[in-house]
Design a protein around this ligand. Structure first.
Ligand code: TXA
Ligand code: MG
Length: 325
């Protein structure tokens, strides 16, 4: 089950950081979703992440650091616009894909020449990573703390539900309350002359363009040679609850329903969420889908928010959820 810590004092963060250093796993909150962390330089520890998640081992992991000064150890090259992005949006819900250094081994990068790096904006996450750095650690590899293909956890209870059975006594789960953003970070490929969004998130194309003055390139999920980049979050059947997700259709009686609060609930339909804003929609979406599964609903109807910004990220995840598992 792992050790569940809801009182995350400096002592418990130090204990969790020591566990990471010793090769154990620590699930921790971030502002996007909860991550399942391991020492990013420890091959055996990283192998356990794949085991616990049930994830194919050629999928790359994001390395989490606490300060921009740790970036240079992980990468071999960085364009000017990526430095500007790092300065503007870190700590924050953004992952930069950069050319790797020798430190970023194949077991982190999925045999690719690039590495994904992020500084999360969450005090517990930063406290944990800082404690880990104090012990000499250079970065924490952390995918979302869900079983492969499932909805990402945005609470510690959801982490336990997803992977509790696969954790062992020396592992930790840190409880930091619900994630503030609720959707995974924006992933930006920074290996060519313009930034390219591989996974939309709370840092939007307009925000990127405002900071870099460079137009965001649009052909997502293709690398320079036109091949598919292995972004597992871009697999079509991902982010899916057990219930069937049906988008933008009139819900039938007995099914679950998620829509913005100004949209009324049809008779006989089980309202799972009525968020008042797109931000609240993102923050509560995964928990609402989990609630549908807890109620054993066969289907969840979701009215997608329209427009630009965060709504793009919501629709990205929903279109994948709707393809099922
Ligand atoms: O918000 C987030 O990014 C969360 C929190 C825990 O930080 N993490 C997360 O990790 O969503 P994960 O592993 O569930 O999704 C990360 C995505 C994967 O689809 C992976 O393929 C992609 O990032 N990725 C990681 N490194 C990459 C690389 N070098 N090139 C292309 N894609 C990469
Ligand atoms: Mg994930």
């Amino acid at each position: 089950m792992g050790q569940f810590l809801s009182n995350c004092s400096i002592d418990s963060l130090n204990a969790a950081a020591q566990a990471l250093k010793d090769g154990s796993l620590v699930a921790f909150p971030t502002e996007t979703v909860y991550g399942l962390g391991a020492d990013a330089t420890n091959e055996l520890a990283v192998a356990r992440i794949y085991e616990v998640k049930g994830r194919p081992s050629d999928h790359p992991l994001i390395v989490h650091i606490a300060d921009i000064k740790y970036l240079e150890q992980w990468i071999s090259e960085i364009p000017e616009y990526a430095i500007e992005l790092a300065r503007a949006f870190w700590p924050g819900p953004m992952t930069l894909i950069l050319k790797r250094s020798a430190l970023a081994k194949d077991f982190i990068t999925g045999n690719q020449e690039t590495v994904g790096i992020r500084i999360p904006d969450n005090s517990l996450a930063l406290g944990l990573i800082e404690a880990f750095h104090r012990l000499g650690g250079v970065g924490i590899a952390a995918p979302s703390a869900n079983r492969f293909g499932q909805v990402s956890p945005t609470t510690a209870a959801a982490v336990s539900e997803e992977i509790g059975d696969y954790l062992i006594d020396s592992d930790f789960v840190l409880d930091g309350g619900p994630s503030e953003v609720g959707l995974e970070s924006t992933i930006i490929d920074c290996t060519s002359n313009a930034p390219r969004i591989l996974r939309p998130g709370a840092i939007t194309d307009l925000m990127i363009e405002a900071v870099t003055k460079v137009k965001v390139s649009e052909d997502i999920n293709k690398d320079l040679s036109g091949l598919d980049i292995r972004v597992s979050g871009s697999l079509e059947n991902h982010y899916a609850p057990k219930a069937k997700v049906i988008l933008d259709q009139q819900p039938i009686a007995g099914s679950g329903y998620i829509a913005l609060g100004d949209i009324p609930t049809p008779v006989g339909v089980i309202r799972l969420a009525a968020p008042c804003s797109v931000e609240e929609f993102a923050r509560t979406l995964y928990e609402s889908m989990r609630e549908g599964d807890h109620q054993n609903l066969a289907s969840i109807y979701i009215e997608q928010p329209t427009g630009a910004g965060l709504a793009v990220a919501i629709r990205d995840r929903l279109s994948r959820s709707a393809r099922g598992r």
